[in-house]
Design a binder for this molecule. Structure first.
Ligand code: ATP
Length: 384
């Protein structure tokens, strides 16, 4: 596949309201993009899925949300300043003589280390446990490029997982498995790349890059790193194990996932062109747990009030149980199907004259275009 694919994805994103260039009315602003209504939903669903799998379904992860601007001392201790200096956005905090120079965080991770002691004091977790956050990060990248791949403002989903030093390999493997599962669930094929010693950050004893085949070539999507006890040491933090009465430095395994790169990989993977009923069509083969719209409800004809009313009634009823539902009565039914295909809606539900007689509807499958008749009472189960 070529950059042609990237152009098609970028153009679909703009046309259908997934992603727009930032500040476009003034010619754009390199490294920044805005999400439209469908992009926001897609992002939300990806983050929500991460939240369920990496945080909510487990009992050992503590989610937090920390400030984007923190004390500059954090960035000195972490080694980001001056080392990372030219890629970190500087800002002034306060006014006049009270002005302090600080930075927009280049990663969310330091927020977790900075709150390690707070979490331990509030919740007394036993090792292993993790602190997680989803939030914005900023890097003044020299050459932002490739749509959502290299941005200056992006979002990360990160977990700092604290373990006893001797156990790191076991938990590294655990997160590796979870990340592979997540990739399959959001519909992206990844390639694990064992990062060689000389390419790893100096504090990391092992890193796997989860790479993806973007239209411009293979590149990093997510990372999994064993960060040793580097970070807690830098911040002079440790852990008291009251079972053995010992104080020591936990080690850290870190799954780090970029939201925007995930959106890009998901869109590129989902973009499909095929022929249906003798016509070319473009559709997004999005996995149904992340598609911005789960199903669309149509009255067969717009000018028949009995069909429209029945369709509205069904729409409102279903929407109370499945919130990401759309209603459409614009244009002919074929056009509506195509519009939903193009934004990746897995199911279309059509109300026709038979519906008024027997409370059945047609349920159309996005990928095959096949339609089947189904009872309204069985709909919910068929689309969740
Ligand atoms: P790269 O080598 O591509 O610059 P990195 O190794 O610096 O990435 P990390 O510091 O490991 O990236 O950041 C963790 C995750 O954050 C990455 O796997 C990626 O998903 C995301 N990420 C990092 N930099 C950017 C960026 N400039 N734009 C979008 N996402 C990014």
């Amino acid at each position: 596949m070529t950059n042609d694919l990237m152009e098609k994805v970028v153009s679909l994103c703009k046309r259908r309201g997934f992603v727009y260039p930032s500040s476009e009315i003034y010619g754009g602003f390199s490294g920044f993009w805005d999400y439209g209504p469908l992009g926001v939903e897609l992002r939300h669903n990806i983050k929500q899925h991460f939240w369920s799998k990496f945080i909510f379904e487990r009992e050992d992860i503590y989610p937090i949300s920390t400030s984007i601007i923190m004390s500059p001392k954090i960035w000195e201790a972490s080694g980001h300043v001056p080392g990372f200096g030219n890629e970190i956005f500087k800002t002034s905090v306060g006014a006049g003589e009270e002005t302090t120079t600080s930075y927009l965080r280049p990663e969310t991770a330091q927020g977790m280390f900075a709150n390690f002691k707070n979490i331990v004091d509030s919740f007394h977790p036993r090792l292993p446990f993790g602190i997680a956050q989803i939030g914005k990060a900023f890097r003044n990248e020299i050459s932002p490029r490739d749509f959502l791949f290299r941005l200056r403002e992006f979002e990360q989903m990160e977990i700092e997982y604290f373990v006893k030093g001797k156990d790191w390999e076991k938990y590294f493997e655990m997160w590796r498995g979870i990340m592979n599962g997540f990739a399959a669930e959001v519909g992206v094929k990844i390639h694990e790349f064992e990062v060689p010693t000389d390419e790893r950050a100096h504090y990391s004893k092992r890193t796997i890059d989860f790479q993806f085949d973007y239209p411009f070539g293979r590149g990093e999507l997510w990372g999994l790193a064993y960060r040793t006890d580097f970070d807690l040491k830098n911040h002079n933090l440790d852990y008291f194990d009251d079972e053995i009465g010992e104080r020591f430095m936990p080690h850290v395994v870190e799954p780090s996932l970029g939201v925007d790169r995930t959106v890009l990989a998901v869109l590129v993977s989902a973009y499909t062109e095929d022929e249906l009923g003798g016509e070319l069509r473009t559709y997004l083969k999005l996995s149904k747990n992340i598609a911005p719209v789960r199903a669309a409800v149509f009255p067969l004809l717009k000018n028949k009030p009995e069909l429209v009313n029945k369709a509205k009634e069904l729409f409102l009823n279903l929407k109370s149980q499945i919130p990401n539902l759309a209603f459409d009565d614009n244009g002919n039914i074929g056009k509506r199907y195509r519009r939903q295909d193009e934004i990746g809606t897995p199911f279309c539900i059509t109300i026709d004259f038979d519906t008024l007689q027997d409370d059945t509807v047609t349920l159309r499958d996005r990928d095959t275009g096949e339609q089947k008749r189904i009872k309204i009472t069985d709909l919910k189960e068929a689309i969740v």
